[in-house]
Design a protein around this ligand. Structure first.
Ligand code: IMP
Ligand code: MG
Length: 176
């Protein structure tokens, strides 16, 4: 049976919020150049949309890590499965994520990336589920703070499905 997906934020709401985030980031980084590190696959849609609203020079890099299998529960183990191919030493870095859940992935990534001596490093996430936090993570730019529900769309998947939905939706727990 098909999963039932309920719209939480429409395409218009999501795109409006991302454009606002891009404007704020552009103001904060006046006169600088940003290295956006997009965490694949989930943040791909968000990072590309965000980059379009940033008016200072932007360089997009990609990195991939895994902490989830095809389950909705975190394994707690984070692994970098595709690293950056450029050094970030001396760069103004913004790590772009789809969602901060337990915080384990971002905590691990921050540790690894800070060790490479960027000039600065900030976190930007489309979604934040603070109720689920296991490890403390300070998010600098958040799109939407949401309750503990399972989200799909705008890059986020459920067993690799639904990333292409142009809105943010909740998967109905009963239909899962
Ligand atoms: P964390 O390490 O627990 O913070 O998990 C972060 C990762 O878990 C995200 O980058 C997502 O890939 C995945 N994740 C967490 N919550 C959701 C959700 O509601 N929908 C889809 N993926 C999620
Ligand atoms: Mg992810």
């Amino acid at each position: 049976m098909a999963d039932k997906i309920e719209i939480m934020y429409s395409r218009e709401e999501v795109e409006k919020r991302i454009a606002e985030m891009g404007r704020i980031i552009s103001e904060d980084y006046q006169g600088r150049e940003i290295t956006l590190i997009c965490i694949l696959k989930g943040a791909a849609f968000f990072a590309c949309e965000l980059a379009k609203s940033i008016t200072v020079p932007v360089n997009i890099e990609f990195m991939r890590c895994s902490s989830y299998g095809n389950e909705t529960q975190s394994s707690g183990v984070v692994k970098i499965t595709q690293d950056l191919d450029e050094p970030i030493r001396g760069k103004d870095v913004i790590v772009v994520e789809d969602i901060i859940d337990t915080g384990r992935t971002m905590n691990y990534l921050l540790e690894v990336l800070s060790g490479r001596k960027p000039e600065s490093i900030r976190i930007c996430s489309l979604l934040d589920k603070p109720d689920r936090r296991v490890v403390d993570v300070a998010v600098d730019y958040t799109g939407f703070v949401i309750p503990d529900v399972f989200i799909v769309g705008y890059g986020l998947d459920y067993a690799q499905k639904y990333r292409q939905l142009p809105y943010i939706g909740v998967v109905n727990q009963d239909a899962k």
